[in-house]
Design a protein around this ligand. Structure first.
Ligand code: NAX
Length: 452
């Protein structure tokens, strides 16, 4: 049998977890041959309730469940975790404004994101379920330095499943006949469930349904399905949410079926003109534990309008908690380069290397004629670890000149060393960076404001 994997679930005494834990423990998420260690996190007041859940897990005698750790200590809960399902979140209390709710959750996810980054397994896969899921996931991503942004996703699979089921119902086909439904944007009522690319038994769904049904019934129903469940049950969706969380992780690992995709809220890379630095739900294809945003879909005006509405909501959410996002970070990693990532320390090495290279070349530049292109552009030379051409000025000491060149070479070489890492496949990849000017100054400003 395989060696056990560690699955962390936060908010483990809540109602979603109550359904979810038993199915994870019985092998529904990772298969019947995968032993599991459950690491359950709760807040102190809920620890008693959690002990009851643990008793019930024990009483099931699941063959795949090796151990259960129940704790209110995030370090213990996230320690060496291979999969993390962040379900726990602060619900909206009486008199609480939307901004207060965002801030309260941002504080929870700031702490948990930092600890997760420090203590989880290097290849951890994280799913944020707790609402506001997209923005909570963004906070988590902003705390990563060891892990990469592509390891964190937020759940829109429940909405995806709801849309699939609704479409299957109206065309009177089983859900397995429906493919390529997409959820764009936020897990909220502004989300855009899109069936323009959907297929039913391989045929375009748009040929089988009325456009009026799509705009008047399908879209609002998927958007407001959560409220419909609350109105009927008196409680929010729990079993379906737990089931969707497992679907999300399973698809991420096992991959999407051929000619199909799934929906996940992921760190936006600007695809389809969507703002970057938000967690936006896209149609994605998964393979071997990695996702890729589906590219090249034709977006008509109707879709674009709706995609923008939900994008604007996410930008607003982000702006409401901006002060808690990224600490001062000089360079942001190009997220296309997986599994490479930049640690903050690495970024600082780079920054200091360039500063030092600049300093060491300063006098070299001064003593040479400043009129040639190479001399005016000494930075690329020193960054490449090359001294750059140029002649010593008459009377300049050879030793001094050499020393400057040597220093330039050394720091330039250090720069490349810090930028290059050996990828998993053994190939040397040099990362490319974008200097995140706006967020650097924004964060410096916000830190100055808060007196840090
Ligand atoms: P419950 O209120 O039943 O459970 C939440 C649990 O989280 C509680 O036991 C609470 O003690 C715990 N908790 C609170 N703060 C915590 C912290 N800092 N660390 C660890 N645990 C903490 O809510 P439930 O119905 O289980 O829903 C959980 C979350 O999922 C909610 O935020 C809910 O809005 C969200 N949902 C997200 C969905 C999605 O598709 N993304 C759909 C379902 C659900 O509405």
């Amino acid at each position: 049998m395989a060696s056990p994997v560690r699955v962390t679930v936060t908010g483990a005494a809540g109602q979603i977890s109550y359904g979810l834990l038993f199915r994870i423990a019985s092998g529904h998420m990772l298969g019947p041959n995968q032993p599991i260690i459950l690491q359950l996190l709760e807040i102190k007041p809920a620890m008693k309730a959690l002990s009851g859940v643990v008793m019930e897990l024990d009483d099931c005698a699941f063959p795949t469940l090796v151990e259960v750790i129940a704790t209110d200590n995030p370090e213990l809960a996230f320690g060496d975790a291979d999969y993390v399902l962040m379900v726990g979140a602060r619900p909206r209390g009486p008199g609480m404004e939307r901004k207060d709710l965002l801030q309260a959750n941002a504080r929870i996810f700031t702490k948990q994101g930092t600890i997760l980054d420090e203590s989880a397994s290097r290849n951890v896969r994280v799913l944020v379920v707790g609402n506001p899921a997209n923005t909570n996931a963004l906070i988590t991503v902003s705390k990563l330095s060891r892990l990469d942004s592509t390891q964190v996703t937020a759940m829109t699979r429940l909405d995806h499943n709801r849309a699939t089921s609704l479409l299957a119902g109206v065309v009177e086909r089983p859900t397995t006949s429906v493919k390529r439904v997409a959820i764009w944007g936020n897990h909220s009522t502004t989300q855009y469930p899109d069936i323009h690319h959907a297929l039913v038994d391989g045929k375009p769904a748009m040929n089988l349904v009325d456009e009026e049904w799509m705009t008047e019934e399908f879209i609002p129903r998927v958007q407001k399905r959560g409220a419909e469940v609350i109105a009927a049950r008196g409680l929010s969706s729990a079993a379906s949410a737990g089931s969707a969380a497992m679907d999300h992780i399973r698809t991420w690992i096992e991959g999407t079926k051929s000619n199909d995709w799934t929906s996940m809220a992921v760190y936006s890379d600007g695809s389809y003109g969507v703002e970057s630095e938000i967690m936006y739900s896209f149609p994605v294809r998964c393979r071997r534990g990695k996702y890729k945003i589906v590219q090249g879909l034709n977006i008509n005006e109707f879709s674009r309008e709706r995609m923008t509405v939900t994008e604007n909501e996410l930008i607003e959410e982000r702006d409401a908690i901006r002060d808690l996002l990224w600490p001062v970070q000089m360079f942001r990693c190009n997220s296309n380069l997986q599994p490479l990532q930049t640690s903050q320390a690495c970024a600082w090495v780079r920054f200091l290397s360039v500063t030092a290279a600049a300093w060491s070349n300063r006098s070299w530049w001064r003593v040479n004629r400043p009129d040639s292109w190479f001399r005016k552009n000494w930075i690329p030379w020193s960054c490449l670890g090359l001294p750059g051409p140029g002649r010593r000025k008459r009377g300049e000491k050879q030793g001094h000149f050499k020393q400057q060149r040597r220093l330039g070479c050394f720091f330039g070489f250090r720069w490349w060393l810090a930028s290059a890492k050996v990828g998993k496949t053994g190939d040397l990849v040099v990362q490319s960076f974008r200097f995140s000017n706006s967020s650097l100054w924004r964060n410096l400003d916000s830190q100055r404001r808060s007196g840090e």
